[in-house]
Design a protein around this ligand. Structure first.
Ligand SMILES: [Zn+2]
Length: 458
């Protein structure tokens, strides 16, 4: 199968030019002007951007949490991702206590196999670190699971102590893996949560009020300091608070390899959403929580100046009916998470590029190229170049769409951006040379996505 995309504006993290892209099989074979090759299929991309497929390095599909499961599995979640212009995800496999990392990896590979419609990789969440687990980290890196997520929050469930975190960081200095950190001070938060419940403060907004920005900033600072002492890079996931960003900025100004992502919810929503009537605040219960509106400008500043290197989603949807409602009388029982896998590219284009916060090249860098580089996918993915996987989005910068639970494809009964209008929509989506979305319709197949063996840091 050959495919020729003609007359588009090709955009990468560094370039922007008019041209044609010729795809032979799964890869980009040639780029040029007025390419004359015969192709099985020709797509006219006049007036549209031809972008590298989006890469979302933070998703939770089919994940157990608080006695329920995230509402999207690898089929519905990756189809929704494809609709939104994302062609690769890195999800999280969880090592439960008493399990080996390999057991965890196998469990998640089974969840994805035969279901994923786009390519996928895994970060490994470590909840127990023994000598044997350290050795397993090395083996996983060799098998293409080259990043590990650790928690400084959720004591008794996911949280690791500083000594374990430090050991894991040291290990990545030897095996070339990368540590991703959930940076919130779990001990402080647990005390605040217990006090709030004891005082009868049970509404959803108390989820935010018991997770102070300083708890995120403190943990971010500590995580970076531990990585500095271990002499390895670190990646802070879902950074939300301006106070935490200050810590990353300060470290980067000192030349440290500290990296961080933020998510659309922190750029477009705020604490005010928790004040919505009734139980509606539960829609936004996620960790870290939404912050005061003023933080948004700081996050955009960080994205523009490269103190933040990626925008991922932390997609972890739970329905209001039957799931979020578990915490009707106690905010601490509301499953943490919100949907976002489908809306990332349009939101960041509309609210970032069109609003003048970031350039078009920077948009591509933040949603595809930079996460690909940090997590060992580049140059196979994250750019449009001869030899790269033909993961391509034909993006219509003029088309407008109203975000609504009625028209989106995520398997959840609300949308946090309900009614918001965005300009800039994915038109046609190509995954390894196959058209999987055309004119807003999914034409791919569940199970077509393959596991991506990611490279270690060299
Ligand atoms: Zn997450």
């Amino acid at each position: 199968m050959t495919l020729l995309i003609k007359n588009g504006t090709i955009v990468t993290a560094t370039d922007l030019y008019g041209g044609d892209v010729f795809i032979d099989g799964e890869r980009v074979s040639a780029i040029g002007t007025s390419l004359a090759m015969a192709a099985d299929r020709v797509i006219d991309a006049s007036g549209k951007y031809v972008l590298p497929g989006g890469i979302d390095v933070h998703t939770h599909l089919d994940m157990p949490f608080g006695g329920t499961m995230s509402a999207d599995d690898f089929e519905s979640g990756t189809i929704a991702a494809a609709h939104g212009g994302t062609t690769s995800i890195v999800d999280f496999a969880i090592q439960y206590k008493g399990q080996t990392l390999h057991q965890a990896w196998e469990t998640w590979m089974k969840k994805a196999e035969g279901k994923a419609a786009i390519d996928y990789g895994f970060h490994m969440i470590i909840t127990e670190l023994s000598d044997q687990v350290e050795q397993e980290m090395d083996a996983l890196v060799r098998q293409g699971v080259t990043s590990f997520k650790l928690f400084m929050a959720y004591p008794g469930v996911f949280m690791l102590d500083d000594a374990s975190i430090f050991r894991a960081l040291l290990r990545t200095g030897k095996n070339g893996g990368t540590i991703c950190m959930h940076a919130e001070n779990g001990g402080v938060i647990d005390v605040l949560v217990k006090n709030a419940i004891a005082q009868g403060k049970t509404a959803p907004k108390y989820h935010a009020l018991t997770r102070p920005a300083r708890a995120e900033a403190e943990a971010t600072h500590r995580a970076i300091a531990l990585a500095e002492m271990a002499d390895v890079p670190i990646y802070i996931v879902h950074l939300s608070a301006a106070e935490a960003l200050e810590m990353v900025t300060e470290a980067r100004d000192r030349g440290l390899p500290a990296f961080a992502e933020t998510c659309p919810q922190y750029l477009f929503l705020s604490y005010d959403n928790y004040e919505e009537p009734g139980f509606d605040g539960a829609k936004y219960v996620m960790s870290p929580p939404l912050r005061p509106k003023e933080a948004q400008d700081q996050l955009w500043r960080g994205l523009a100046t490269n103190d933040l290197q990626a925008v991922s989603t932390d997609h972890c949807p739970f329905c209001m009916k039957e799931q979020k409602v578990l915490g009707k009388d106690d905010f601490s029982k509301i499953p943490n998470g919100a949907p976002g896998i489908e809306t990332r590219m349009s939101l960041v284009y509309d609210g970032g590029v069109r609003a003048g916060h970031i350039s078009l090249n920077r948009f591509v860098e933040l949603t595809s190229t930079s996460p690909a580089k940090i997590f060992g996918l580049f140059p196979r993915k994250g750019t449009i170049a001869p030899g790269s996987d033909a993961d391509i989005v034909i993006f219509d910068p003029k088309r407008t769409m109203r975000l609504s639970v009625k028209s989106l494809h995520m398997n959840v009964d609300y949308n946090p951006y309900e009614g918001r209008e965005v300009t800039g929509v994915s038109d046609t989506v190509i995954s390894r040379g196959r058209i999987i979305v055309e004119n807003g319709k999914f034409v791919g197949r569940a199970g077509q996505g393959t596991f991506i063996r990611r490279a270690a840091r060299s």
